[in-house]
Design a binder for this molecule. Structure first.
Ligand code: 3PG
Ligand code: CO
Length: 556
């Protein structure tokens, strides 16, 4: 059996209460007017940086450091929280799918054989995010898969696109749609019957997460399965054009659902009995809900009507605990022996909290994409309901203060050894591209941090503050060489809604931190995966031998 018991740390005492604070989307970048975190008044965070040079540093939070295919890949919450919670770097979905496609292994698996049954007589549907953001999916993987299916006998193919504008530039959806349409036209020349059948923005259709708003998933289901949507067009290109004419400010991510109809007004690609369906996102969080709607026999989140008998596969298995979906094309990373599991075996009681839109990040994703808890008596997960139905720049404070107060009370109760939170603002407001709102969001984060640090002070505990990736620190597209902001023809700056490749800060401190503890100086390239060993040390234990090294040392 695996050895879960950890050795006591030779120098750090056990028994100190630890507050772990994850600032979502909070990176370090040129301190100019497009850096919302710099512009925001953040006295608490500023003070920590100024006064604790040995206990403040930067960490890599993107690319190879978090298991992505290359250092050109920006960080994201899934790979970031996986690394934070698991203390090791796992090759992530993006790369696993790339290699499965390249080697052709994807076509040999059980999942592919399953959908192949529909190739001769039925339709294969592809549902997913259409962009090259590389966070949830990648358009070149969809292209390869479409071709791979055609080469192996698929005759009729339908793509149900979700428009991005969040991991990629707002307004870029048209570019991806045009590229896909010309690929499908090529396939048609080769004799396939291949079309885009429906679409909509990712924040309005299908890609909700953590059960924040099921109506979003329902809208996708209605368009994709039933061919029902408020808008109907003769092509996806036309849909984008017309919907933009109706609302010129509409960002790709919020496009309403639409279906493509033929010359007599019939939807060209509803999902019917015996069809195959592939959700081609590799990332889990925003596909779990749709996967439930496609895969579960009993389902009560909305009325699916008569569920067609489909052969459904995910690009990956999105939840290894729930086995969801049952069939998939590529095996997900096997993220085992996470810090949370070690902690309960060593009698460390954990309280985790965030608001709905990030709740799974500090629980499900932190635990290696596992739903549920390792122990009901030793862990408590509390969710603060997020605002539903309004854009986050309309209420940029989000639930930061409520989360901080829950964390404060949890620490003060004395019941919990680790209290862990995620504050969403830098990320969720950053994704709207609204600079002023993001500034306000970051100010709320700073106030929330203050509340939690005060609570740490009262119990004589320790804090560890870090982030999962950059976002709010850069709200403008920059010239890659010079870093200069890019302006459009009218002189307005080009909004950056996506994450970044910037490093993130990590800070430790608090009365309970033993004298002499400081960051090692011999780990300049350290990243998020080094954090778990660090907090395991702060709980008074040596980290598991196979974890990335701890960031701290103790001077005598
Ligand atoms: C999203 O899903 O909102 C973005 O694509 C990525 O954001 P996250 O990685 O911060 O969740
Ligand atoms: Co984000």
């Amino acid at each position: 059996a695996h050895r879960w018991k950890l050795r006591p740390h030779p120098k750090i005492r056990q028994g100190k209460k630890l507050m772990v604070i994850i600032l979502d989307g909070w990176g370090e970048q040129i301190p100019d007017e497009y850096n919302a975190i710099h512009v925001a008044k953040t006295p608490t965070m500023d003070e920590l940086k100024k006064t604790a040079p040995d206990r403040w540093r930067l960490l890599r939070a993107h690319g190879l450091s978090v298991g992505l295919p290359s250092d050109e890949d920006m960080g994201n919450s899934e790979v970031g929280h996986n690394a934070l919670g698991a203390g090791r770097i796992f090759e992530q979905g993006a790369g696993l799918v790339d290699s499965a496609l390249k080697t052709g292994k994807i076509y040999e698996g059980e999942g592919f054989k399953y959908i192949q049954q529909a190739f001769a007589k039925n339709t294969v549907h592809f549902v997913g995010l259409l962009s090259d953001g590389g966070v949830h999916s990648r358009a070149n993987q969809l292209s390869a898969l479409l071709k791979g299916c055609v080469n192996r006998g698929a005759k009729r193919l339908r793509v149900h696109v979700l428009l991005d504008g969040r991991d990629v530039a707002p307004g870029s959806a048209i570019k991806y749609v045009e590229a896909l349409e010309s690929e499908l036209a090529e396939l048609r020349k080769g004799g396939s019957d291949a079309w885009i059948a429906s679409g909509g923005g990712r924040m309005a259709v299908t890609m909700d997460r953590y059960e924040n708003d099921w109506s979003i998933v329902k809208k996708g289901y209605d368009a994709q399965v039933k061919g029902e949507a408020p808008h109907k067009f003769s092509s996806c290109g036309e849909a984008l054009k017309k919907l933009l004419e109706m609302d010129p400010k509409l960002n790709d991510q919020y496009f309403p659902p639409f279906v493509i109809i033929d010359s007599i007004g019939q939807p060209i690609g509803p999902i019917v009995d015996d069809d195959a369906v592939v959700t081609f996102n590799f990332r889990a969080d925003r596909m779990v809900m749709a996967a439930k709607a496609f895969d579960l026999e009993t389902f009560d989140k909305f009325d699916r009507g008569k569920l067609p008998k489909i052969k459904y596969v995910g690009m990956l298995q999105y939840d290894s605990d729930l086995k969801l979906p049952k069939k998939y094309l590529v095996s997900p990373p096997q993220i085992d022996k996470t810090s949370g599991e070690y902690l309960i075996h060593n009698n460390i009681k954990t309280f985790a909290c965030s608001e709905t839109v990030k709740f799974g990040h500090v629980t499900f994703v932190w635990n290696g994409n596992r739903s549920g808890q390792f122990s009901h008596s030793m862990e408590k997960y509390v969710q603060i309901p997020s605002d539903v139905g309004i854009a986050f720049n309309m209420k940029p404070e989000m639930k930061a203060i409520a989360i901080a107060e829950k964390a404060r009370d949890a620490l003060a109760s004395g019941k919990w050894d680790q209290v862990r939170v995620n504050l969403a603002n830098g990320d969720m407001v950053g994704h709207t591209g609204d600079l002023n709102a993001t500034v306000i969001g970051c100010e709320a984060v700073d106030q929330a941090v203050k509340i939690m640090l005060d609570a740490v002070e009262v119990v004589g505990g320790i804090f560890l503050i870090t982030a999962d990736h950059g976002n709010g620190e850069d709200m403008v597209k920059r010239n890659l060489k010079t870093g200069a902001p890019i302006l459009d023809k009218g002189g307005k700056f080009q909004v950056l809604t996506s994450h970044t490749c910037n490093p993130v800060p990590i800070i430790i401190g608090g009365k309970g931190l033993q004298k002499g503890v400081r960051f090692r100086r011999d780990l300049p390239g350290a990243g998020l995966a080094n954090v778990a060993a660090t907090f395991i040390n702060l709980h008074g234990f040596e980290a598991p031998w196979d974890y990335e090294p701890s960031l701290i040392e103790v001077l005598d």
